[in-house]
Design a protein around this ligand. Sequence first.
Ligand SMILES: [Ca+2]
Ligand SMILES: [Ca+2]
Ligand SMILES: [Ca+2]
Length: 190
Amino acid sequence: MAWRRGGLGCGLCLALAACGAAKPAPRTTESAAEDDATVVSATLATGPELCSNATDDNQNGLFDEGCGLSLGLVQFLAGWDAAKADVDLRVVDPNGELIEVGRVARSGLTKDRDCPGRASECQGRNLENVYLAEGQPIKGEYRLRLRLESLGGEAPPVRVRLGARLGAISRSYEVLLDAPEAEREIRFKL
Ligand SMILES: [Ca+2]
Ligand SMILES: [Ca+2]
Ligand SMILES: [Ca+2]
């Protein structure tokens, strides 16, 4: 399912912004964000749904469905192949609450794991998943930050695939994080 532009006429509006670690996060339009080489809009229908790639391979609007992953009407999924690299998917909900592993926020969002994990519990399939576990999506701004905590000996850049779903709208991105502490931020307004 293609991600539609803002001004949908259905009460749902989207605004995205992207920034590097060394510069402030200017609020931009979605198209301006797509001009940023580090955030690449992708609608890659490659066939049957593949697991653990944070990509909607079959373009049905769901990311990695049928893979034992928790899904929700709001979902942000980050995956990367560099097994030892520590990337963090940080989501702040419209209440200003950081979504953390093992706790359901008032917005109903939760996060299911932190990869690669202290004991490598992600087993080389690095996938951080923030999803709506309870209730209905709340309106407002959802702020996502992808941050490279450490390379863990992996060669830069670390290529991160990001899947974002807000209700009936979903979209995929690829983000390159080229050095420790590199960050990219994307904002979604529901
Ligand atoms: Ca899919
Ligand atoms: Ca997939
Ligand atoms: Ca992590």
